[in-house]
Design a protein around this ligand. Structure first.
Ligand SMILES: Nc1nc2c(ncn2[C@@H]2O[C@H](COP(=O)(O)OP(=O)(O)OP(=O)(O)O)[C@@H](O)[C@H]2O)c(=O)[nH]1
Ligand SMILES: [Mg+2]
Length: 191
């Protein structure tokens, strides 16, 4: 995929701030620190378009990035970070659920899970919700560079068993492994 332009457009804290131009959107979802912003940067081959951090819970708003003037990448805040306040957790749920259930421009959900771990209860809940609501979804298992190919194979079977409804792609934002596969799913969804 040739990236001719990629620009941060806005951070939305409420639906009034969502773009209104009707371009299709690809959403990145997953627990805090799983590597959403890194995946987005890696796909766009840009180092720091989306802010990444070692501090979980960094991305608190819904961030829109316009790609090639034709579609948006949407970086959603991470869930499951225990240290945020109850009211912040409530706001996450409200904001993300509102976006996921109501957004007509949503063309594909990319749900990230950490390839090193079994999907968490929240990962499975989100996955079930997306499946039940018939959202188009792929699973991307991140940080695959941290496992041996043996371990990775084992984890892929485990994750695939728990989330059998969706296509699973292993990824490394460090090496770019999986990039072409993810792009091909994105282009299919935009078609
Ligand atoms: N080795 C390795 N590290 C990664 C990879 N992807 C992300 N990381 C690291 O994991 C940490 C979190 O990455 P982010 O991309 O900020 O995660 P996020 O899901 O956007 O986090 P929030 O915005 O807090 O929800 C950073 O230190 C990244 O450098 C990967 O594929 N391999
Ligand atoms: Mg982030």
């Amino acid at each position: 995929m040739k990236i001719t332009s990629a620009d941060f457009v806005k951070s939305a804290f409420e639906r009034q701030h969502w773009p209104t131009d009707g371009r299709p959107e690809i959403a990145f979802l997953g627990r805090s620190n799983v590597g959403k912003s890194s995946l987005l940067n890696s796909l766009l081959q840009r180092k720091a378009l989306a802010r990444t951090s070692n501090t979980p819970g960094r991305t608190q708003s819904i961030n829109f990035f316009l790609v090639n003037e034709s579609f948006y990448f949407v970086d959603l805040p991470g869930y499951g970070y225990a240290k945020v306040s109850k009211s912040m957790r409530h706001d996450w749920g409200k904001m993300a659920e509102e976006y996921l259930s109501d957004r007509e421009e949503l063309a594909l959900c990319i749900q990230l899970v950490d390839s090193r771990h079994e999907p968490s209860r929240l990962d499975l809940q989100l996955h079930e919700w997306l499946t039940f609501n018939q959202k188009k979804e792929i699973i991307v298992a991140t940080k695959s560079d941290k496992l041996s190919s043996n371990e990775l194979g084992k984890q892929v079977r485990l994750i695939g068993k728990e989330m059998p409804e969706s296509k699973l792609i292993t990824y490394s934002s460090t090496t770019g492994k999986g990039r072409d596969l993810v792009w091909s799913e994105i282009l299919k969804a935009l078609d």
